[in-house]
Design a protein around this ligand. Structure first.
Ligand code: GLU
Length: 432
């Protein structure tokens, strides 16, 4: 089983979407189940409605989960597992206050040493624990040997016991910490491979250690995806608007193109333009570069244009408020002028909006408007043009400038002979 485990605490980032896509593809390739687990244990950080928004985005990208779980529903399981670890003396109650811990941390910083828990409460006797009425957290005792694992992208990883440290698994309010809840949930969901961002690489030895202490010995494979850099070479963050999936969709990028681009990023693929179904034929995690990938908006624009060319024209027309193959084809004529729905939309709107009734070519436009209203239906632009030239007596730029303005609302654009087949059935509406 594979899982996508978003936190409903922020807008979906392209890094999250890439993780979801890869998990989905690998699950399909292996014919395993793909689940979504909302990591909503950190109540203060959850944002109302974000879970729904994330699920809607997955739907839009056709990443259909076999099941959706909410981590908070597993709270009693997390608490039982923590009690088991306490009973077996693999974990201990820690009464250190946040202030005391902060002082330890500051001392470590001042000595330029990595912070490690002092171990004070691990040495308390049972009597001392029982006599203490202060709130306590639960810490898992650090391992006694290094934790090693093979990452499918990053290679062999080895973490010393001190790096893992005796970390907190249950907070003082008796809710699990991220590493504990995640490790337990991956275990109970029988996850076989965890694909997630590199920012979680240091969490993995802790999670392996939790499961080891709980006696779970089934191997779980890991693949940590390198971070995505922005165009100036810094880690992409919320400040980069292109990092938000919502923003990219609002900018008029197609889900198919965004998915294609994210699969392409830092990867060796047999083709550059493909659908997710095609990618399932050859996708191989081992081909993902272990170095950070650099986001390139122009490349995404190129990929988007290629998908706009390929997409079913009737489907494309829906983004423009139509359900007509001709309008989809008309949009495709504008791909030299724009690469996204947002860029092409004003051009299509200009064709259908009222044309100015003043200006340099006003008189000629009026003549043409009347002629078009009474003209027979012509199949080709050549026949249409000859008829109009004859009936209005206009020619040269006195014909071509006003006819373009009348039909497209713009002085420039694709050849009218290319546009004509797709607008010919809308002429009355266009010149109204
Ligand atoms: N909830 C974590 C996040 O959104 C992901 C945890 C994981 O994939 O293990 O960053």
């Amino acid at each position: 089983m594979l899982r996508f485990a978003p936190s409903p605490t922020e807008d979906m980032h392209i890094g999250n979407l890439r993780v979801a896509i890869f998990n989905y593809i690998v699950a399909k390739q292996r014919q395993e189940r793909f689940i979504v687990r909302m990591e909503d244990s950190d109540k203060e950080r959850n944002i109302e409605g974000k879970d729904r928004e994330i699920l809607d985005i997955l739907q839009l990208f056709s990443l259909h989960p076999d099941d959706v779980y909410y981590q908070s529903h597993n709270l009693t399981i997390h608490q039982h597992m923590a009690i088991k670890l306490l009973e077996e003396r693999k974990a201990f109650a820690c009464f250190c206050t946040p202030e005391e811990l902060e002082a330890e941390r500051e001392a470590a910083n001042a000595g330029k040493k990595a912070y490690r828990y002092s171990g004070t409460c691990e040495r308390l006797s049972d009597a001392e624990v029982l006599a203490n009425e202060r709130p306590f957290t639960v810490r898992l005792k650090k391992p006694d040997k290094p934790v090693e694992f093979e990452d499918l992208i990053k290679g062999r990883q080895c973490f010393a016991p001190e790096e893992i440290d005796s970390f907190v698994i249950m907070r003082a309010d008796k809710r699990p910490t991220y590493n504990f809840a995640c490790a337990v949930d991956d275990m109970i969901h029988d996850i076989t491979l965890v694909i997630r961002g590199e920012d979680h690489l240091n969490d993995t030895p802790k999670q392996i250690h939790v499961r080891d202490r709980l006696g779970y010995d089934k191997a779980m494979a890991y693949a940590h995806l390198p971070i995505i850099l922005n165009e100036s070479g810094k880690k992409m963050s919320k400040r980069d608007e292109a990092s938000s999936v919502k923003w990219l969709l609002e900018e008029g990028f197609l889900p198919e193109a965004i998915a294609n681009y994210l699969i392409l990023l830092g990867n060796k693929t047999p083709e550059e333009i493909f659908t997710m179904e095609e990618a399932m034929e050859w996708f191989d995690l081992a081909k993902i570069s272990s170095a950070p990938a650099r986001f390139d908006l122009d490349k995404l624009r190129f990929v988007n244009r290629e998908h706009m060319k390929r997409i079913d024209s009737k489907e494309l027309s829906r983004a423009f408020g139509f359900a007509d193959t001709s309008i989809g084809e008309l949009v495709k004529c504008y791909l030299e002028e724009g690469s996204t729905i947002k860029e092409i939309k004003p051009k299509i709107e200009a064709i259908f909006s009222a044309k100015p009734d003043s200006g340099e070519w006003h008189e000629q436009m009026e003549k043409l408007r009347e002629a078009i209203k009474h003209a027979p239906r012509y199949e080709t632009f050549d026949e249409f043009k000859s008829h109009l030239m004859e009936s209005t007596g206009l020619e040269g730029k006195h014909f071509f400038k006003p006819i373009r303005l009348l039909l497209t609302g713009s002085e420039h654009g694709p050849e009218l002979s290319h546009l004509y087949p797709y607008i010919k059935s809308y002429l009355m509406e266009i010149v109204k």
